[in-house]
Design a protein around this ligand. Structure first.
Ligand code: TYD
Ligand code: MG
Length: 495
C-alpha cells in the first residue's frame, strides 16, 4: 500500500521526486533529497488539526489567565540522572540520549528502566523497552549482569526486540507503559519507507511517530542515539529540534568515568552534569564526584596543575596536563584533548607575547585527566599555568589550584561561583588557590583552610604558581607525570 506514498523531498527547496538522485533538479543542491512519507495520496497535506487523532483546534488565551501547570515528573530513581533531567522524566515528552557506541547508553537506560519500574510498580505503571539492536535474550543477559533480573523491577519491564516503529507504537498503545525506551533511533525503521535503517528519512519519520505516541498517550519516550566521531548525533540534526531533551553520555571508552550532560532541556537547566563510573555491574553513581578527576602523583613534575572548574552548580576539580617539546621541523603540533584547541592556541600566543613563555617553536600537548571535557573560561588560567610550568620546566607548587579567564592582554578575569569552588578545594585538602584579582569595589571571598592568592596578570599568576627556579620541591602529592625526559627550555625567551 505504502510504497507509492513515499517521495524524495529536497530539504532546501521542497521539491519532491519519485526516485532518489544525488542532486536536486529543482534547486541544484547536492545530497538534499530525503525519503519522506506523503500522508495524503492525493497530495497536499491537511492541517494537523484535521488529522484523525490530533488534538482539537486550540484558541488563543490571554497569557495572564493560563493555568499554572505543575510538571508532573517521574523521578528515574538514579540521583545523577534525575539531576541532569531537572527532577525526572516528564510524561508526554521525548528524550534523546546520545553517545558514542559502547559508551554505556543501553546500560544506563536498562538500569533506569529498572529503578523506574521499581517505583512505578506501586501504582501499576510499567516500562516498555524496545530494542532493535539486541535480541531479548541479550537484554536478559545484560539485566543479569546488572543484577536487576530478580525483584520487582524485572516484572515491571516488558522487553520487545522490534525495530519497526509502527509495531513498537502498537505495543505501546496496548501495553500503555509510563515510559518507553527505544534503543536505538538509528535501528528504528518505518515499513512504508524504502531507505535503510539510519537514513535521514527513516530516523526522522520514526522520531515523528514516536513523538505522536508520546503526546497522545502521555508516555515519556526515551530514544537512544549514536553519536559519530565528530560528536554530532548521527542522522539528521532535525532530531534535536524535534525532541524535548537532548542528553549526552560522554567519556573515554577505556576509562571508567562517564558524564551525563544536557545539551537541551525544555524542562530544566542545561548546566548540570551527572557523574558515573562504569564498573563490572553497570554504571555507579560516584559518592564524591568533585575528586573523581584528580590524579595522585608520587613526585611533582612540570606541566600539571589542578583546575577548579564548575559544572552547573557542582564544582569539579580536574588535573590539567601539558607537555611542551621543541618541534623538529615543519609546523609545530598542537594537540588538545578534553579542551578547546582554539583556546589552547590563543593561550600559547598570550603566553608568548604577554608572559615571556615562548612556545611558538614547540610541539604542545594538553589534556584533562579522566576523560573529562571542560568548556568554561575558568579553565584558561590553569591551562596557561600548566603550559608555563612545562615550558619553564618548573613544577607547580604543592597543593595549588587555579581558576580564571585569561584576556588577550594577559590580564585575568573573574569567574562565577568562586566561593563555592574555593570551599570545595579546601575540603579536598588544597592549601593555595590562584585566582584573578577582583574588580574595583569587589573583594575575594574568604574561605577557611585555603590561602587565596590574587593575580591581576598571567605573569603574576605564573610567579605565584611555579616553584622558584633552581629550588625543586622535595616531595609532594600532586604534580605531573608529564616530564618525559628533559623538557624544552622556554627560558630562552626568559621572563
Ligand atoms: P553499552 O551500554 O552496550 O553501550 P552503548 O549502548 O552506548 O553502545 O555498554 C557497552 C560497554 O560497557 C561494553 O564495552 C561493556 C561495558 N559494560 C561494563 O563495563 N559493565 C557492565 O556492567 C555492562 C553492562 C557493560
Ligand atoms: Mg547499545
Amino acid at each position: 500500500m505504502a510504497r507509492s506514498q513515499s517521495r524524495y523531498v529536497c530539504q532546501s527547496c521542497g521539491e519532491a521526486f519519485l526516485r532518489w538522485e544525488g542532486q536536486c533538479r529543482g534547486c541544484g543542491a547536492w545530497n538534499s533529497l530525503v525519503e519522506t512519507l506523503v500522508r495524503e495520496p492525493a497530495g497536499g497535506r491537511q492541517p494537523r488539526s484535521a488529522q484523525p487523532g490530533a488534538a482539537r483546534p486550540v484558541q488563543p488565551v490571554p497569557l495572564g489567565s493560563i493555568d499554572e501547570d505543575p510538571l508532573a515528573r517521574l523521578p528515574v530513581g538514579i540521583g545523577e540522572f534525575d539531576r541532569v533531567l531537572g527532577g525526572g522524566l516528564v510524561p508526554g515528552s521525548i528524550i534523546l540520549v546520545g553517545g558514542e557506541p559502547g559508551i554505556g547508553k543501553s546500560t544506563l537506560l536498562l538500569q533506569a528502566a529498572a529503578t523506574l519500574a521499581g517505583s512505578l510498580a506501586a501504582n501499576g505503571g510499567r516500562v516498555l523497552y524496545a530494542t532493535g539492536e539486541e535480541s531479548a535474550a541479550q537484554v536478559r543477559l545484560r539485566a543479569a549482569r546488572l543484577g536487576i533480573l530478580a525483584g520487582p523491577s524485572a516484572a515491571g519491564i516488558a522487553v520487545v526486540a522490534e525495530a519497526e516503529v509502527g509495531r513498537v507504537v502498537e505495543h505501546a498503545r496496548t501495553e500503555r507503559p509510563s515510559v518507553l525506551v527505544v534503543d536505538s533511533i538509528q535501528t528504528a525503521t518505518v515499513d512504508a519507507l524504502d531507505g535503510p535503517a539510519g537514513s535521514v528519512g527513516q530516523v526522522r519519520e520514526s522520531a515523528y511517530r514516536l513523538m505522536e505516541l508520546a503526546k497522545d498517550e502521555g508516555i515519556a519516550v526515551v530514544l537512544v542515539g549514536h553519536v559519530t566521531k565528530d560528536g554530532s548525533l548521527a542522522g539528521p540534526k532535525t532530531l534535536e529540534h524535534l525532541v524535548d531533551v537532548v542528553l549526552a553520555l560522554e567519556g573515554e571508552r577505556y576509562a571508567a568515568l562517564r558524564l551525563l550532560r544536557a545539551a537541551k532541556n525544555r524542562f530544566g537547566s542545561t548546566e548540570e552534569v551527572g557523574v558515573f563510573e562504569m564498573g563490572e555491574f553497570g554504571l555507579r553513581e560516584l559518592a564524591d564526584p568533585a575528586r573523581a578527576f584528580l590524579v595522585e602523583h608520587a613526585t611533582p613534575a612540570p606541566g600539571s596543575i589542578v583546575a577548579l572548574t564548575l559544572e552547573g552548580s557542582r564544582p569539579l576539580l580536574v588535573e590539567v596536563q601539558a607537555l611542551t617539546a621543541p618541534a623538529g621541523y615543519g609546523t609545530p603540533r598542537r594537540t588538545a584533548s578534553g579542551l578547546d584547541p582554539n583556546r589552547l592556541a590563543l593561550l600559547i600566543a598570550v603566553l608568548g607575547r604577554r608572559a615571556g613563555v615562548g612556545l611558538a617553536g614547540h610541539d604542545v600537548y594538553a589534556n584533562l585527566a579522566g576523560g573529562l571535557t571542560v568548556d568554561e573560561p575558568g579553565l584558561d588560567l590553569p591551562l596557561a599555568l600548566a603550559l608555563a610550568s612545562s615550558g619553564r620546566d618548573r613544577p607547580v607548587r604543592v597543593a595549588t589550584v587555579a581558576v580564571g579567564e585569561v584576556g588577550l592582554l594577559g590580564e585575568l578575569r573573574a569567574v562565577s561561583g568562586l566561593e563555592r569552588r574555593l570551599r570545595e578545594a579546601a575540603r579536598l585538602g588544597f592549601g593555595r588557590a590562584i585566582v584573578p584579582a577582583p574588580g574595583r569595589g569587589q573583594s575575594l571571598p574568604a574561605v577557611a583552610g585555603i590561602e587565596v592568592i590574587e593575580a591581576a596578570t598571567l605573569r603574576e599568576a605564573i610567579e605565584a604558581a611555579l616553584v622558584p627556579a633552581g629550588a625543586p620541591e622535595p616531595r609532594s602529592g600532586r604534580g605531573a607525570e608529564a616530564a618525559l625526559g628533559t623538557d624544552d627550555v622556554g627560558r630562552a625567551t626568559g621572563s
